[in-house]
Ligand binder design. Structure first.
Ligand code: C2E
Ligand code: MG
Ligand code: MG
Length: 696
């Protein structure tokens, strides 16, 4: 090759070329690219020592990197004319130059490439550290033609107890640790991913080396490479989360006391059962169970004891049933049972009978034996498309019937009950709006003071406020037809409060109209047991008095004997608070409850009101006569006034007068009257006419 060709190759090369003396490193020649790369003009490069270009000690570097005299390849850092550094890849070879040994050094600027490499290394290190330290497992399919294996990051050992090496060594390990119940689900889903390429996202269970069940959330993708897709994914331990989730679910769908499902869960299952039975023609039965007299038992046992009993009842109910049946606690002392897939009503009745029988065995509560019975209603999904709520309603309607029939009995729902249930629901809806719509009325029945002397005439001294409902379609409804419903639904509270306020206002108005009534007329207002138990009762009463301006002494509150005796200690306390307001108190329907006479003398009350049923038999039944007589004596012995209600005949009145009864009311004198008529009677009484005259 001619010299000129060498020169052309040398000058035209894309890489820098330097020729230097092997012995002392003096640069003998440099090409154009070299002067461009180092930033020195060619004539300056020539004559420099090669070591001047290097950041390191040139001789040492060479000894270290090259077999001396033989040339080779290595990287070094060189300095440019302006002091900046470049990374260069050097390829050196020994050549003959003018009879001496020289080195031909080809230098390539690899600064950019090196930087990229370093960046990559750092990134990889970062990722590796991330993969190895995140509290999650990063995994990748590491299979080759020979064997299938899975790379699992080290966290897998913390999570499942199998080390990454064990995973690499056993291609089937995943299938071995996959929870059997989740196997099908997971495999189906992964086939989906393999087929469609859609990301895989699932929560499932794995079994750890020590047998613990671990919930994981697994998210993976198929990464395409030359030979199809490879799985890469992240797996997180969500066992704690799952536990929390389950706890929350338990709280939402279970009763905390008994651990039984609650109403929400029952409705849910019922709905499922009903829709499934639609398809499979199965029969679904619901039992509604209410403990008899639970309030009394609860008071006797104390709260803790009551709870203990409920838990024991729940357990016993559970034990009477098949595992597929649901027993739920749906109220304080109410349970509902869902019987799925039974052959008919006979099966349901058999279960009800069995429950009654099982409950008859005594319960051990707080170390003593307690007996409890339950009323049970049975309903079946007789009609298609019946809703869960309707079925529950049917069962509870039947339960109410059972309760009326006899404690500890059951009753099967029939269609005639259906009509009643519907009617009841309608009534309840109407009742909710009755006050707002101004449909409630208060009627007033005069109360008469019975004179002691034979010649003096009875005198109206008070009135009893009795509620009426003027229903737009049904006309006037008497309290017995809506008060029990109001009691059950708690609507009684606003109703009673309304009557109280209205009666106080009316009484005050009469007093202001007729000076003679001031200080003498009193008004009686009935309090429902529920109202009586309310902690804000005294506040309601004092507000009614304050707002009406009525003297507290002019207000008498009537509380039934049963309500007082239900919880005698609490009653005494409430009665005393009411008395402290200055109002007077009356025990209504006396004789119908089970008064403990020894308690009676501790009751801070003013009147005993003899129940209508005894007054009724006064002129024909000697037992009634005896009861009325002793009640009047009892009242007097306790320093109370006696009041007879339901006086209908002159004979009854005569007997009462003879027995020394203090006051009376009844149709014989007057029926409950509208406020206008009652006002007129009061005015007439003041003038010595009207009712007082009729009553002789
Ligand atoms: P109660 O407090 O024992 O009221 C007396 C009931 O006997 C009234 O029935 C009255 O109309 C009726 N009565 C009065 N004289 C005679 C008579 O000579 N013969 C007969 N057969 N009955 C007579 P009413 O008004 O139907 O009230 C029934 C019950 O409803 C009341 O019994 C009371 O317990 C309750 N009640 C009435 N108004 C209210 C109220 O505003 N709040 C609450 N919580 N209960 C009320
Ligand atoms: Mg009354
Ligand atoms: Mg009464």
């Amino acid at each position: 090759m001619p010299e000129s060709l060498y020169r052309a190759l040398f000058e035209g090369a894309a890489d820098a070329m330097l020729l230097y003396d092997l012995k002392n490193g003096t640069i003998l020649a440099a090409n154009e690219r070299a002067s461009e790369m180092y930033g020195f003009p060619e004539e300056e490069l020539v004559g420099k020592e090669i070591g001047d270009l290097s950041l390191y000690n040139w001789v040492e570097e060479r000894v270290e990197n090259l077999a001396f005299n033989e040339g080779g390849h290595f990287d070094s850092v060189h300095l440019r004319a302006d002091g900046t550094r470049i990374t260069v890849h050097l390829s050196e070879s020994i050549v003959e130059h003018e009879g001496e040994r020289a080195v031909l050094c080809i230098a390539r600027d690899v600064t950019e490439r090196r930087r990229a490499e370093v960046r990559l290394q750092k990134a990889e290190k970062r990722y590796r550290s991330l993969v190895e330290h995140v509290p999650a497992v990063v995994y990748a399919d590491a299979s080759d033609e020979v064997s299938s294996t899975l790379y699992m990051s080290p966290y897998i050992e913390k999570m499942l107890g199998f080390s990454p090496e064990e995973w690499m060594g056993d291609g089937d390990l995943f299938l071995k640790v996959l929870h059997p119940d989740d196997r099908e689900r997971v495999l189906t889903e992964s086939i989906q991913t393999n087929v469609t390429g859609k990301p895989f996202k699932m929560e499932y269970r794995l079994i750890a080396k020590d047998g613990r069940v671990i919930w994981v959330r697994d998210e993976a993708v198929l990464v395409q490479d030359g030979n199809g897709g490879r799985w890469q994914g992240v797996m997180m331990d969500i066992t704690n989360l799952k536990e929390l989730e389950e706890q929350l679910e338990r709280r939402t769908f279970h009763d905390s006391l008994t651990g039984l499902p609650n109403r929400a869960l029952l409705s849910d299952r019922l709905e499922h059962a009903l829709s499934r039975r639609h398809r499979l023609e199965e029969t679904v039965g619901v039992l509604f169970l209410d403990l008899d007299n639970f309030k009394v038992i609860n008071d006797a046992l104390g709260r803790g004891g009551g709870d203990e009993l409920l838990v024991a009842v729940a357990r016993r109910l559970r034990s009477c049933l098949r595992t597929e049946d649901t027993v739920a606690r749906v109220g304080d002392d109410e349970f509902a049972i869902l019987l799925e897939d039974i052959s008919g009503v006979r099966d349901a009745v058999r279960v009800a009978e069995n429950i009654e029988r099982q409950l008859r065995e005594p319960f051990e509560v707080s170390g003593s034996r307690t007996f409890v019975t339950a009323s049970v209603g049975v309903a079946m999904n007789s009609s298609d498309g019946i809703q869960p709520e309707e079925l529950l309603h049917d069962a509870s309607a039947a339960m109410f019937r059972a309760k009326h029939k006899a404690k500890g009995s059951y009753e099967v729902f029939d269609l005639s009950m259906h009509a009643r249930v519907a009617e009841r629901l309608k009534l309840e809806t109407d009742l909710r709006q009755a006050i707002e719509k101004g449909e409630m009325r208060v009627h007033y029945q005069p109360k008469v003071l019975l004179p002691t002397g034979p010649k003096s005439a009875p005198r109206v001294v008070g009135v009893e406020a009795l509620i009426r409902w003027e229903h737009p379609e049904r006309g006037l409804i008497l309290p017995e037809n809506f008060i029990p419903l109001a009691e059950e639904t708690d609507l009684i509270v606003p109703i009673d409060n309304w009557v109280l306020r209205e009666a106080c206002r009316q009484a005050r108005e009469w007093q202001e109209e007729h000076q003679g009534l001031e200080g003498s007329l009193f008004i009686s207002v009935n309090l429902s047991p529920r109202q009586f138990r309310r902690p804000d009762l005294t506040r309601m009463v004092s507000e009614a008095l304050r707002d009406s301006g009525l003297d507290p002494h002019a207000l008498v509150l009537e509380i039934t004997e049963t309500a007082v005796m239900e919880d005698i200690e609490a009653a005494v306390c409430t009665l005393q608070q009411l008395r402290d307001l200055g109002v007077r108190l009356s025990v209504d329907d006396f004789g119908t409850g089970y008064s403990s006479l020894s308690y009676l003398k501790h009751l801070p009350v003013d009147f005993l009101k003899i129940d209508r049923s005894f007054v009724n038999g006064l002129d024909k039944d000697s037992t009634d006569l005896a009861i009325v007589s002793s009640t009047i004596s009892l009242a007097h012995a306790l320093g109370l006034e006696s009041v007879a209600e339901g006086v209908e005949t002159a004979e009854q009145l005569e007997r009462l007068r003879a027995l020394g009864c203090d006051m009376a009311q009844g149709f014989y004198f007057a029926e409950p009257l509208s406020n206008g008529k009652a006002g007129a009677v009061l005015e007439a009484g003041l003038n010595g006419r009207g009712i007082a005259e009729r009553a002789r």
